[in-house]
Design a protein around this ligand. Structure first.
Ligand code: SF4
Length: 371
């Protein structure tokens, strides 16, 4: 018997489940992938201080496991949900059925499929990769090399791939990819100090604490070259290099450079199963595909459906600290909801009990007077 079902075992789901367990609730986390940790577990280093990503998720899982009140079902999805009064009956893909008082959606995001921007050649040109591919290369601990196994002498980072782009129906900014590009550009320079590294950006959104320092260090310490301009296209030359064309909007001229590797900063989109889950749990979805909270300021973890809560990037792009803070806030909201619900229930039971006692009293008084 569980109190809360958390859907998604990324960092939002893990953090919320840990907090709920510490509050004394029994929690079931349902995760579609074979392992917990979401995107962060597959990342190498995190900005701004290049903290080890796998270490962070391992630490979080250890903390969650401490209370032994959280059960994770990996490789499992939600097949159906039905409301049963104040509770939810949930059927899982493994055939199990559970009843819970509250559901937390923490399904996160999916990375934009860069193949949808055909003009950039991802999946077609050998040396066009995504930021996630590059991060995996870093995580492998091996030197980053081109498809031919050569060290890249010139690398271009392309910002806003699949974000802020009407053509792919994504108006939103994915928030974290400017900082990721700057981090990765510095890491390439650290690996290959004599490489030329470019960042092609529309505008740099280095909004958070320490981000500006990262950006200034990227220029002053590492010599990363920032070019303001959106890429129009990429083409592969016979030697496997990639020619990128962009307009430098600060200089007012077209640029065409040949690089050994182009890294596409793929943005965030709502996770695959968001629509389906939203329909099952009667949660509304925005035009951008992310879930709508009941109120983005005052009830950001509630939905319009009583007992259904949201946390993390399922309501829009977030940094890791924002996601974790959101997950903690969701746990507090769920705790309040369950406690008020049970307080209301015990108050109702108390009133019903008093009425019953009164009736009994009247009945026995009547029967005494009849005697
Ligand atoms: S964070 Fe930067 S790269 Fe990412 S979508 Fe926003 S502006 Fe573009």
């Amino acid at each position: 018997m569980y109190d809360v079902a958390v859907i998604g075992a990324g960092i939002a789901g893990i953090e919320a489940a840990t907090q709920l367990a510490q509050m004394g609730y029994e929690v079931l986390v349902v995760e579609k992938d074979g392992r917990a940790g979401g995107h962060v577990a597959g990342w190498d280093r995190l900005f701004p201080f290049r903290r080890n990503a796998a270490g962070l998720t391992a630490e979080m899982l250890k903390m969650m496991d401490r209370g032994k009140a959280v059960n994770i079902l990996a490789g499992t999805t939600v097949a159906d949900v039905q409301r049963d009064g104040q509770q939810f009956r949930i059927w899982l893909s493994d055939g199990q059925g559970i009843t819970v008082s509250a559901v937390l959606i923490a399904t996160g995001f999916k990375l934009f499929d860069a193949r949808r921007k055909e003009e950039y050649g991802y999946g077609i040109y050998d040396n066009v990769i995504t930021s996630a591919d590059l991060e995996q290369m870093f995580a492998s601990g091996k030197p980053v090399v081109t498809k031919k196994g050569e060290r890249p002498k010139r690398v271009a980072f392309i910002h806003c791939v699949g974000s802020r782009d009407e053509k792919v129906n994504n108006r939103h900014c994915s928030k974290v990819c400017c900082a990721t590009a700057v981090k990765q550009a510095c890491e390439i320079k650290q690996m290959y100090p004599d490489a030329e590294v470019y960042c092609f950006y529309m505008d740099l959104r280095m909004f958070d604490r320490h981000f500006e320092t990262m950006y200034l260090d990227a220029q002053a310490q590492y010599g990363v070259i920032f070019v303001r301009g959106r890429l129009s296209e990429a083409a592969e030359s016979i030697d496997g290099r990639v020619t990128v064309k962009a307009e430098d909007t600060l200089m007012g001229k077209m640029l065409k450079i040949s690089v050994d590797m182009a890294v596409l900063m793929a943005g965030m989109e709502a996770a695959e199963e968001t629509d389906k889950l939203a329909a099952m749990l009667k949660v509304t979805v925005g035009k951008d595909g992310f879930l709508n909270p009941a109120d983005e300021c005052l009830q950001s973890n509630f939905t319009r459906e009583k007992g259904v809560f949201v946390a993390g990037a399922c309501t829009g792009p977030k940094t890791i600290p924002e996601t974790l803070a959101d997950a903690r806030a969701a746990a507090v909201s769920i705790d309040g909801y369950i406690r008020v619900g049970s307080e209301e229930k015990s108050l109702r039971e108390e009133i019903i009990g008093k009425i019953r006692n009164k009736r009994e009293e009247i009945r026995s008084r009547r029967s005494r007077s009849e005697e």
